[in-house]
Each structure stands twice: as C-alpha cells, then as structure tokens.
Design a protein around this ligand. Structure first.
Ligand code: NAP
Length: 500
C-alpha cells in the first residue's frame, strides 16, 4: 500500500452518465479541494456522446458548482479533465485512448498509474476488460486498477461468469468492487465502536445480546429506474450487498491486524456461517413486500405497479425483511433482523443492538417491563451513536426511567465529512482495498440470496401490493419478530417507540 499523495490517471467509462455527474466528479473535486490530490492527476471521460474537451469540462464545472469555496479554482481543476468519445465495444478506438493516456502520463507525471472506473451498465464490464488487455492499456510501467459498480451479477452464476471474465485481465488485488455503504463514516465506525471499547466488545455475544436489527429505509419510490428495478428488486439491490456487508461487520471476530486480508477473511467467515435455508423454509425467515399507494412527505404517491416501466402485475419486491442466524460460537441463538424498502416512513439507515434483560430488575413499576439497553448506530442521514440506559426516575423514586447518551458525528461539521465515494476513490488511489468487496464475499452473499430469490420467483406473491406507501412495510414484517417475542425498534429508536 502506498501512502504518498497518489498520482494517477482516472479513466471513467460512462462519463456522461448520472453516477459520474452526481458522485464521481464532486468526489474528485473534494479530494482536490482538501489537498489529497496533487496537481499530478488527470481524468479521462469515455462515452459515446460527441463532446469536446471544453464541453466536458463545462459539465464537470456544473456538477461541482456548489462545492467551490476559497481560492480553489474550478477552472484549474477542470483543466485536468479530458474527453474521449467512443463506443466501448469498438476495439479499434482503444488504441487512440492508449495514445492519449501515454501523452497525459508525460504531462502529469502519473508514471503509468491508471484507474479504470466502470460507471456503465454491467454488460459492458467484460468487453471493456478484454479490450483494455488486448490493446495493451494495462501494460504500463505503473499500476492498473479496475473499479466496478454494482450490480455485480444478477445471481451467483452470472456474478461468477462476470468475475471469470474480469479475472482473465485483472488479478483479484487489482479489482475494486464498490459497495458504497462501506465508504460511509458510521459503517467504517462499526469496527472501531466494537474493537476500541471494552464495554461493548466484552458484551458482544450471545450471552448479553438479545438481537440486532438493521433497517435501511427510503422514502423514494423507483423514480425513473423502473426498468432496472423490475429485474432487480430490493433483495438483489440492497440485501445481497449493503445489508449483508453490515451484518458481516457487526458479527465478525476481531481481525488479528487492521490489514485488508485479515478484515476480509473475518467477514468471509461470517458469511460462511449464515444459516442456509431450503426454498421451503424461506417464508419462515423472510418477508417480501411491494408498496401500494399512500402518502409520503404529505404527498400522495402511486403504487409500485403504477410506476413507469413497471409491469402492472409485477411480482418484484420493493421491501424485504428477514431473520438471519449465524451459526457460530459467538452468535448461536441471536437473530439478526434486517429490513429495507422503498416508500417507507422515513429515509434512514440505522442499527439497533438490543441487550438482554437482567434476570431480575428491582426498579420496575408493577406490570411494566424495564426498557432494554440499546446501542443505536445511526448510519445516515444522521451519523452518530445513541446508548439507551435506565436511571432513577426522580427524587425518592424506586423505579427507573429510560435515558439516552447521544453522540452526533455530523452535527457540527457536516460540510467537511468526506462522502462515501470520495473515501473509496482515495482508498483505491492509495491501493487500499479494505472497504471494497472481495470475490469470496460476493460469491457467498449471492449463494445465500439466490435461495430466497428462487423461492420468490417460483411462487408469485398473491397479496401484492401489501404495504401502504409511507408505512414501515407489511404487517408480516412485524409478525416475523412478534413470533420471537420481539418488535422492531422504530427508525427513530431514540424516541423509545415501536415502529407500528
Ligand atoms: P447512466 O446514467 O445510464 O450512464 C451510462 C453511461 O454509459 C453514459 O455515460 C453513457 O453515455 C455510457 N454508455 C452507454 N453505452 C455506451 C457504449 N456502448 N460506449 C460508451 N459509452 C456508453 O448510468 P449511471 O446511473 O451513471 O450508472 C452507471 C453504473 O453505475 C451502472 O452499473 C449502475 O448500476 C451503477 N450505479 C449507479 C448509481 C447511481 O447513483 N447512478 C448508483 C450505484 C450504482 P453515452 O450515452 O454518451 O454513450
């Protein structure tokens, strides 16, 4: 791993697309603004649209418009950007790209270091990789790295096929599979909260933890992504990657060192310990949902089946909740509940760790349960931790009342918290792959999820739509926990309320 200010050329395939505009250009600018990039970098955009360098630079300037501050010049920044239009399926064009990269290497002293960022539909990944290799773009005096966006395959078989294609050109340590959740501040903080605090780590097991709940809810519907979403659904779009990654970080053993291989290998062990279900057992552990009409942010919104490019009889799930069991010594008997969906009450990602009750509690009012201790990790939009404890209710009282200790990470300096893409790009430039997914993780996650998708594809959901937009999902999702004598903590768990 190198630690100096990285020098490289970033080639963005799909440079006129949404991801480049909304995430990549602003992230590169933030790195530049914070001094993490030297002047020795260049960005080459590739897409079919016939733009000149100046038009491309105008697009870049527009996308960073509101980020400019101080004396950082958007003009100087955007002068590092070049545009090279071609159809990525056209092998002949790669020679021209090669010659441009050679020239820029000389101009920016980038020493042959290249990041190939594939911000394009996955069906192009294999072709681009093959062409980069056959035309000699990966053979330079420096390093070459490949960054790949989700979705990485559609199921285990297609992911393996894609991986085999890419591995033909790049070695595993050159491949950076993005899961942008792994770039989020509080997701990266999970390890620190666990492994830097004896009061948590010593209780972090099945003797003291009752259950762990992870909720990632959105208020948006599918917007204009109906076509993509119809072939994906919440299970593939959220569970296979982001949700299982968070489970792995919460459940893994302490790594022997803070090294990429050590951390990844502990995560892989968690994924290997996930209890597999047969297709017949899926209904016992997982609930699917699809939103109907409803009210979100005081606006009436249509049902999923009424959205653009969506089949009016669609069987696609926009909500998933599930109970995962991790069959190892630490977690035997502790359910990890996950839930994610669109058009829910609130946009929020949060983890609630519920500790077990004491065998007997002296400070309880008659017929009332004591509030359990909860550790809430707020991932987004708020970033922070809340610890729920019990304290004396008042002068002379023999009962307790819930109190909370709050830490907010992004309240004071929201503007300066690096964004997930910014962190991940910087990691990639420095050759740190810790917060990217290894193939073994991808393969195990797909194998786990494939059983569920097979069960759901083979059996049409009779009750869709089964939750109102603006709610926290179908009632079956609440029943999943109720049968274990539990309930979901609300997305505002700090209000001590239930989600219903
Ligand atoms: P998009 O807006 O549809 O952009 C696709 C890009 O590919 C455009 O720049 C398009 O430009 C280019 N392109 C298409 N066919 C081409 C060809 N044959 N040769 C050269 N260029 C071609 O897609 P996106 O939303 O940016 O998403 C890109 C990737 O990131 C996808 O894999 C997506 O799943 C993933 N992703 C996106 C987001 C997001 O927030 N947008 C989030 C997570 C993951 P021309 O039309 O000019 O050729």
């Amino acid at each position: 791993m190198t630690t100096n200010n990285p020098k490289s050329i970033i080639v963005i395939f799909g440079a006129t697309g949404d991801l480049a505009k909304r995430k990549l250009f602003p992230s590169i600018f933030r790195l530049y603004r914070s001094g993490k990039l030297s002047e020795d970098f260049a960005v080459v955009g590739v897409a079919r649209r016939p733009l000149t360098n100046d038009e491309f630079r105008d697009n870049v300037k527009k996308s960073i418009g509101n980020l400019q501050e101080g004396n950082v010049s958007a003009e100087t920044f955007s002068s590092h950007f070049y545009y090279h239009p071609f159809d990525v399926t056209n092998v002949a064009s790669y020679q021209e790209l090669k010659s441009l990269l050679g020239d820029l290497d000389g101009k920016y002293h980038t020493e042959g270091n290249r990041i190939f960022y594939l911000a394009m539909a996955p069906e192009f990944f294999g072709t681009i990789g093959e062409n980069l290799k056959s035309e000699g773009l990966t053979s330079t005096g420096g390093w070459s790295r490949l960054v790949i966006e989700k979705p990485f395959g559609h199921d285990y078989e297609s992911a393996k096929e894609l991986n085999d294609q890419i591995r033909h050109v790049f070695t595993e340590d050159q491949i950076y599979r993005i899961d942008h959740y792994l770039g989020k501040e509080m997701v990266q903080n999970i390890e620190v909260i666990r492994f830097a605090n004896p009061i948590f780590e010593s209780l972090w097991n099945n003797q003291y933890i009752s259950n762990i709940q992870i909720t990632s809810s959105e208020t948006l519907g599918v917007e204009d992504r109906g076509r993509y979403y119809e072939s994906s659904g919440a299970l593939r779009d959220m569970v296979q990657n982001h949700m299982l990654q968070m489970v792995a970080l919460l459940a893994m053993e302490p790594p022997i060192k803070l090294k990429t291989e050590e951390i990844r290998s502990e995560k892989v062990k968690v994924l290997r310990a996930l209890r597999n279900m047969s297709e017949d057992e899926v209904d016992e552990y997982f609930v699917r949902g699809q939103y109907g009409r409803g009210i979100v942010n005081e606006q009436e919104v249509p049902a999923y089946r009424e959205e653009n490019s969506v089949d009016p009889e669609s069987n696609t799930e926009t909500f998933v909740s599930g109970k995962l069991m991790i069959d190892n010594f630490r977690w035997a008997g502790v359910p990890f509940y996950i839930r994610t969906g669109k058009r829910m009450t609130k946009k929020s990602t949060e983890i609630v760790v519920q500790f077990k009750d004491l065998p007997m509690n002296l400070y309880v009012e008659k017929d009332k349960a004591i509030h359990p201790n909860l550790l809430v990790i707020h991932i987004q939009p708020e970033e922070g931790i809340t610890l729920h404890l019990n304290a004396r209710k008042g002068e002379g009282s023999t009962t307790s009342t819930p109190i909370k200790l709050d830490y907010c990470n992004n309240c004071d300096d929201k503007m300066n918290t690096p964004e997930a893409y910014e962190r991940l790009l910087y990691d990639c430039m420095r050759g740190d792959a810790t917060n990217f997914t290894h193939w073994d993780e991808v393969a195990l996650s797909w194998k786990f999820v494939d059983t569920i998708s097979r069960a759901w594809t083979n059996k049409k959901a009779e009750n869709f739509p089964n939750y109102e937009s603006g709610s926290m999902g179908p009632k079956e999702s609440d029943a999943l926990l109720a049968k274990d004598g539990l309930h979901w903590w609300s997305v505002e768990a700090d209000t001590h309320s239930r989600s219903e």
